[in-house]
Design a protein around this ligand. Structure first.
Ligand SMILES: Cc1cc2nc3c(=O)[nH]c(=O)nc-3n(C[C@H](O)[C@H](O)[C@H](O)COP(=O)(O)O)c2cc1C
Length: 490
């Protein structure tokens, strides 16, 4: 299997004639055309495309270099902007070096081979043609890996790219774009994560879709788009947005403090979890409160059923904004309602509607526990820092208590209180937590910063943490605010 070298036209190749002459004079076996394997295995094209999967668990077996070379060779036959081919590949198949790379990003600790893909800085910057070229190469390599019976996964979460580049000896003017991890798969999933339907993403001649907003501002989000986005994210397989340890700790503390399991009270309690979205927190609440009869209220049937299956036996499912329909939540039915970090994603009027709906669902005497991120905390300050370029931006990465999905805006505690009182709730308890970032969070948020900046920020964090000793500081300035409200008996 040899690429069609007779069709290569030196006039249009984009390689300077001098360089071409040099490589021809070098007399090496590899003139760029000869494939490393004489008879590489083949696969039907469509099968290769549709069966390619991201493999993240590998056997420890080493991969023969002939196979790796075949993968690399398929890569260099990808198109590149102006045919500059300013990519450089460093294949790390030495377990000791890979162990060292895993210190830069834990994602590099999964496979026996990591192919570090770099592109020359300053080349083909228009419209990120450099990244596009590197991406074409990576995709070719991952398809080739599949045909050769290998698994691969594309890693952009490489940590500090400069450090990684330096560790494998790349000069500073090479930009580490990504890493392709390679190895023999432990198992290959039969089906890939779902794709958005073609009719949603492709249009002939003129765009006719309704785009999911890139903005994290709730006012930019039509509720229908939020429903579509969340359904897609949940059903396509969530890789991000897992709750962090410090967020889960805050939740546990709030539930234990504000919703104590009074003897008999939680037995056969009718508990509705409102807009659980990923259901990760429902799952946690379910494991801690086994004897509860669970229900979930979501925006779409698909997400509701996803969340419902997180508890045993599966929860009842209800759909938001479906008054008069079978799936509307019953009124005056529930003893306990929880709503964690969801009002932040709604527009003002929708927030108020949700509060009213929650009031109607509760039995008189029932209780609602709301958790939200406070505007009067360090939250917006750190979000501002990130938007100055220190971290990934966009709605997908909005700094919010994971698992937030979609738009997000920290709330003023006074606004939450006013909404609750307006519909008839009576305040019954409150808790403010984490007025300064916990050490774990600082560690996590600064993990991709340079060592000096990271150390400095973590130091500032430790000093700030002393503020938590000020009486009332955490209660009023806590990033996480929890409020307990009851519906009066009459
Ligand atoms: C540009 C790009 C960056 C990616 N970065 C990562 C990553 O850092 N970590 C990871 O686990 N997967 C990463 N992936 C893999 C995607 O999560 C994966 O392709 C997607 O979930 C679809 O699954 P499939 O590849 O099995 O079809 C990346 C994929 C692409 C195209």
């Amino acid at each position: 299997m040899t690429p069609p070298n007779e069709q290569v036209d030196p006039e249009s190749s984009g390689i300077p004639a001098e360089a071409e002459a040099q490589s021809a004079n070098a007399g090496t076996l590899d003139d760029g055309n000869q494939a490393p394997l004489a008879n590489p295995p083949s696969m039907d094209f469509w099968q290769a495309v549709y069966s390619r999967r991201s493999i993240r668990r590998f056997k420890p077996d080493p991969v023969p270099r002939e196979l790796i070379n075949q993968v690399l060779h398929a890569g260099i036959w990808a198109p590149s902007s102006c045919n500059y081919q300013m990519w450089d590949l460093v294949v790390v198949d030495d377990p000791k070096i890979n162990l060292d790379l895993a210190q830069v990003s834990s994602q590099l600790g999964n496979a026996p081979v990591n192919i570090v893909v770099a592109y020359g800085r300053g080349f083909s910057e228009e419209n990120y043609a450099n990244v596009q070229s590197a991406a074409a190469l990576i995709e070719n390599m991952s398809l080739a890996a599949g045909v050769l019976g290998l698994g691969s996964f594309w890693i952009t979460q490489v940590g500090d790219g400069r450090l990684l580049g330096a560790k494998v000896g790349l000069p500073p003017d090479r930009w580490v774009v990504a890493v392709l991890a390679l190895g023999y798969p432990k198992s290959v999933p039969k089906k890939g994560p779902k794709r958005r339907p073609l009719k949603q993403v492709a249009h002939y001649n003129h765009y006719a879709g309704k785009p999911i907003p890139s903005s994290a501002d709730p006012t930019d989000w039509d509720p229908e788009l939020l429903t579509i986005y969340q359904r897609a994210r949940v059903l396509n397989g969530l890789r991000h947005n897992k709750p962090r340890a410090w967020e889960v700790r805050a939740l546990d503390q709030a539930v234990e403090t504000l919703l104590p399991a009074i003897e008999g009270r939680l037995e056969a309690d009718q508990w509705l979890d409102v807009l659980p979205c990923t259901g990760i927190l429902t799952d946690r609440l379910g494991r801690k409160n086994g004897r509860v009869e669970w229900s979930v209220l979501e925006r779409s049937e698909e997400v509701a059923s996803w969340c419902a299956r997180r508890v045993k036996p599966p929860a009842e499912q209800y759909i938001l904004n479906s008054p008069g329909q079978d799936l509307a939540p019953p009124e005056e039915h529930f003893d306990t309602l929880t709503c964690f970090f969801r009002m932040e994603g709604l527009r003002g009027a929708e927030r108020r509607d949700l509060m009213a709906q929650m009031f109607r669902c509760l039995k008189p005497g029932g209780r609602l526990l709301v958790g939200f991120v406070s505007k009067s905390s360090y939250h917006n300050w750190t979000e501002g820092l990130r938007s100055r370029g220190q971290g990934p931006g966009g709605v997908e990465y909005v700094l919010s208590p994971d698992p937030n999905i979609g738009p997000f805006e920290a709330l003023a505690p006074a606004e939450v209180k006013a909404m609750a009182l307006a519909v008839g709730f009576v305040p019954a308890g409150q808790l403010g937590l984490q007025a300064t970032p916990p050490a774990e969070e600082m560690e996590f948020r600064t993990r991709n910063f340079g060592p000096r900046v990271g150390r400095l920020l973590r130091g500032v964090g430790s000093v700030l943490r002393l503020l938590e000793y000020l009486p009332g500081f955490t209660r009023s300035r806590g990033r996480f605010q929890y409020r307990l409200y009851t519906r009066p008996k009459s």
